[in-house]
Design a protein around this ligand. Structure first.
Ligand SMILES: [Zn+2]
Length: 136
């Protein structure tokens, strides 16, 4: 089993577990009972661990990342940059480098590859990195 996420409270881990189960994975919430007994020590112990079989780790991380991504889009509203190719405003938030980051976490236990913010055009499918200062 591989730990794909840590949560301070068991209920948070179970929300994520349900999400992974819906996707056909076999997640397991570890340390839950210890923390229910002594929840004050939850953070000291590294929280409730959400684990999946190693073969499912990448899929699980993608599902969990999607969740935070849509939360981020909600935070930022629909104020995404226009597509540089077709100038459509029908774009969505997109992250580059996630796969490399995942590999570096798996191999080195360090996210050494930075994830870049970008946009993906829903009309023409082009993915582009957003410039450092978007004033448009
Ligand atoms: Zn486009």
């Amino acid at each position: 089993m591989v730990t794909v996420a840590r949560y301070s409270f068991p209920y948070e881990a179970h929300i994520a577990r349900a999400k992974l189960e819906c996707a056909g994975l076999d997640p397991f919430v570890a340390d839950e009972h210890t923390i229910n007994m002594q929840w004050l020590y939850s953070n000291a112990m590294g929280g409730v661990r959400l684990q999946v079989p190693e073969a499912q780790a990448e899929t699980a991380l993608e599902i969990l990342a999607e969740e935070s991504e849509s939360a981020l889009v909600e935070e930022q509203g629909c104020d995404t940059a226009p597509c540089p190719a077709c100038h459509s405003h029908n774009t969505e938030y997109y992250q580059f480098g996630r796969r490399w980051t995942f590999l570096s976490i798996m191999l080195l236990d360090l996210p050494i590859f930075p994830i870049h913010d970008g946009i993906k055009c829903r009309d023409c499918g082009l993915c582009s990195k957003t410039p450092a200062n978007t004033s448009q």
